[in-house]
Design a protein around this ligand. Structure first.
Ligand code: F6R
Ligand code: MG
Ligand code: MG
Length: 364
């Protein structure tokens, strides 16, 4: 057993209650029971945001550890069983394969994992979103680690002043590219400004080389080759003492930026920051929402959570999100509320278009 600690957040939608809006408490109870009964973990916290179960786990087996991924897979399979018995909606939705094969990546569940030496004090934030996709983190992660108008620490803290390295994944072509900020900010923005295709995978401090943030980037529909819902991503961020402060990490969410997702994964909508108790998207299956849970790590123990967006400081962001939601909804089936055709490729729309194909005639 190494000295390093691994923080793994693995999530899946294995059945909704009711529709695609929440997780039945029996499933969460089963997940907790299974994780409690296993000696692989140092600690865990099981929660849900929308219809996704989130397993937040600490252990000493490193990232991509087969036994940890198998544990998560077994939990999701067991919960799928309960979901089927209860006829919950879309039971087993995110489990794209019949049998576990070494790693849950590529099998449906979302994974954000980082390995590090626990600092003297180790505050982390786990972000979990529902009814959106991995690129939804591009805007806030850029603000936190690249924008001095958000993160004053980049300017006045000598430990942050050296900047950060961003690892970006091209989710369509399966390529990765690194950019160092501040020098390559414009180059970075060329790509991450297109969040449907490019997503920030991880961020590292240039001064220490330490990992600062990591996110889940699986594209469910691409994996499945058909529409099975959005990817409802998670993201982990380390804070303070050489990393942005907790408040700097939360600040971008005061602006409910537009993300792809919402109803049928086919619409633009504001990402609304909410408390855990409000993490049940209902209006037009949304609006997309994000929960931020804070933990202090203590020798791998997860002390918390602190439910950050329960803060009335985010009331105004919610208000703006609702106003934006009203405005966008009035567009009904019209772009840009409905996603552009390129992004609709992996929804159910192409099937309808196919039916109408023969109705077209040539024009001069
Ligand atoms: C979005 C989502 C829901 C469903 C919608 C239709 O990610 O999960 O908005 O797309 O409720 O669901 P089905 O096609 O299962 O009836
Ligand atoms: Mg669902
Ligand atoms: Mg979901």
């Amino acid at each position: 057993m190494g000295q390093k600690l691994t923080l793994s957040v693995i999530k899946a939608d294995v059945g909704g209650f009711v529709g695609h809006c929440g997780v039945h408490p029996d499933l969460l109870e089963e997940a907790r029971r299974m994780l409690a009964g296993c000696d692989l973990l140092v600690d865990f916290h099981v929660t849900s945001v929308g219809d996704d179960i989130n397993l937040i786990m600490t252990h000493r087996r490193g990232t991509d550890a087969e036994e940890i991924h198998r544990l998560a897979w077994d939990v999701f399979v067991a919960c799928t069983g309960l979901a089927r018995e209860r006829k919950l909606y879309g039971a087993g939705q995110d489990l794209l394969k019949d049998a576990f094969s070494g790693n849950v990546r590529g099998m449906g569940p979302g994974v954000a994992e980082m390995e590090f030496e626990e600092r003297e004090s180790e505050p982390v934030v786990v972000f979990m979103a529902d009814k959106t996709e991995p690129g939804a983190w591009n805007y806030p992660l850029f603000k936190v680690f690249g924008d001095p108008f958000n993160t004053i620490g980049l300017v006045i803290d000598p430990k942050l002043h050296g900047g950060f390295r961003f690892e970006v994944h091209d989710l369509i072509e399966h390529r990765a590219v690194d950019f160092v900020l501040p020098e390559e900010m414009y180059d970075l923005l060329v790509f991450i400004g297109a969040p449907g295709r490019f997503a920030i995978k991880s961020i590292y401090s240039r001064q220490t080389g330490w990992i600062a943030a990591t996110s889940s980037t699986q594209k469910l529909n691409l994996l499945a080759g058909r529409y099975v819902g959005k990817d409802d991503p998670v993201c982990v961020v380390r804070c303070q003492s050489g990393f942005p402060a907790v408040g700097e990490v939360l600040e971008p969410f005061a602006m409910p930026h537009l993300v792809a997702g919402w109803m049928r994964g086919s619409h633009q909508g504001p990402l609304m920051p909410v408390a855990q108790r409000d993490a049940h998207p209902t209006r037009f299956d949304g609006p997309p929402r994000v929960v931020a849970l804070g933990f202090q790590l203590a020798n791998g123990r997860l002390l918390g959570p602190q439910d950050f967006f329960a803060d009335p400081g985010y009331d105004r962001a919610r208000q703006i999100a609702l106003e934006v939601a009203d405005y966008l909804r009035r567009h009904g089936p019209f772009e840009p509320h409905r996603l552009g055709l390129d992004q609709m490729e992996y929804t159910t729309l192409p099937q309808v278009m196919e039916k109408l194909r023969d109705r077209f005639r040539a024009v001069d």
